[in-house]
Design a protein. Structure first.
Lengths: 269, 269
């Protein structure tokens, strides 16, 4: 295979296998090419994806060495995306009863969801994460988008136990205004002790639901490593119970009578 | 930009924008390259993705002409994936009460889900599809995987109306054994009349749930264009109510006492 063809094939390989460690001999065999040629290919691919703010190739030397694609959306690209999103969401026609915001069109667009997933995953790229957790239903696509970038599985917490998942652990938690006691269930075999968990959800007000997931993770003796939400909103009636988290946008000054709203970039660095 | 770098960048562009029509002048501008060079690049990219059974570049001539990446998993690659999946799922330890099969590990793995989505989307590549529909919860990741390949949005049918989605249309349907009357809800603004819909779900027995979605689509005066499920299982008590569908695997001869099961490739062409 010629270099030009190899570059197309390898680029495809890296994009479809993020965070996967591959040895150089694998590529030499696959493309019947010298190790030095493969190294030059890797330099070219690395240069382009860095330039485009999409991540980089990480090369580990030595016998167990190899290369992996570390996807990461550049600060600047992420910032532009968030600014555009704020403009889209600031439309007062999106206001729903209870101070919620209509976001189903955004969350229903796979390309938007994948971009949001990339930005959140990039914010957590320095943390060790074994699994992404979310609660049914709206957070699910975002959780998969983050997990695809981090190359880890997803576990979905439910409001009720399903027959198709075997025995489970359930907890009660308080959420919503007015405050309500709710139940959250996770199948026993879906999370190991000591697992490093990244919690993802679409929307956070006081944070009761996310706090519920934190308690549930505690029941499994697993660790919360990161919390990411698409949007956070102030809740006037309750203080936020979750402290360390990443949000892409922050909704405030919701006035249902005047139909006004403030949408700004959230806690994202 | 040199050809080698351009090939990396363009490959990334096509993979991230499937089914999106892009004009050649866009690439000429973007990379400051002659149209003839861009054409040669496209020939190389097309050749590699065809060879690898991942799809092809479709070029439309003329003033409004351009190029789009048509993802399609080659029959052979899809067949190998399905054969492996059958082996994994044929484990009797997966049997659950009611003749269901534990598949949460498969459905929790973003890479598996994306592969399944590619195969289903490839089966529907010749049909006009505007939107992918699924019902909460388990079908959601598959629906997004299919929708990402088809470059269309997803709508999620729920069992109960949510405050964050505005007014909705609801129907009753019969599903499960014993047969039960259930409710299905879809927000009004999530589906247009005449929309061409692809229904996706994880599991089908008699097909009551999918039949419910078909009725709901009728209520919106939209059209069912395709139905795809990961797994179908025989239901001894009921005849299947859905006729034309694609399934990757078929589960039969489930014997909960002997703990035996047959898992074979489904209705996939």
């Amino acid at each position: 295979m010629k270099r030009s063809e190899r570059l197309v094939s390898m680029t495809r390989y890296f994009l479809e296998n993020p965070k996967e460690h591959t040895s150089l001999p694998y590529f030499s065999d696959q493309y019947d090419a010298a190790k030095s040629s493969i190294s030059e290919d890797l330099t070219i691919i690395d240069r382009v994806i860095r330039q485009e703010g999409a991540g980089w190739l990480q090369t580990l030397p030595g016998a167990s060495g190899g290369v992996s694609f570390q996807p990461s959306m550049a600060q600047e690209r992420g910032g532009r995306f968030i600014a555009d999103l704020c403009k889209t969401l600031a439309d007062p026609a999106r206001l729903l009863p209870g101070g919620y915001l209509y976001m189903s069109d955004i969350l229903g667009d796979p390309k938007m969801v994948n971009q949001i997933g990339h930005i959140l995953a990039s914010a957590f790229s320095d943390r060790e994460i074994d699994v992404v957790m979310t609660v049914a239903t709206k957070g699910i696509p975002l959780a998969y988008a983050v997990a695809a970038v981090l190359n880890v599985p997803v576990v979905i917490v439910r409001r009720d136990a399903k027959v198709t998942e075997g025995s489970s652990v359930s907890i009660n938690y308080v959420s919503g205004s007015p405050r309500k006691i709710q139940t959250m269930v996770l199948p026993k075999r879906s999370l190991h002790a000591d697992a490093n968990v990244c919690i993802i959800d679409d929307f956070m007000k006081a944070g009761g639901t996310i706090n519920g997931m934190i308690s549930l993770i505690g029941e499994f003796n697993a660790n919360v490593q990161a919390i990411g939400v698409l949007a956070e909103a102030d809740d006037e009636e309750e203080e936020r119970v979750v402290q360390h988290y990443t949000s892409l946008i922050k909704i405030s000054n919701v006035d249902l009578k005047q139909r006004t709203i403030d949408v700004r970039p959230g806690h994202y660095n």
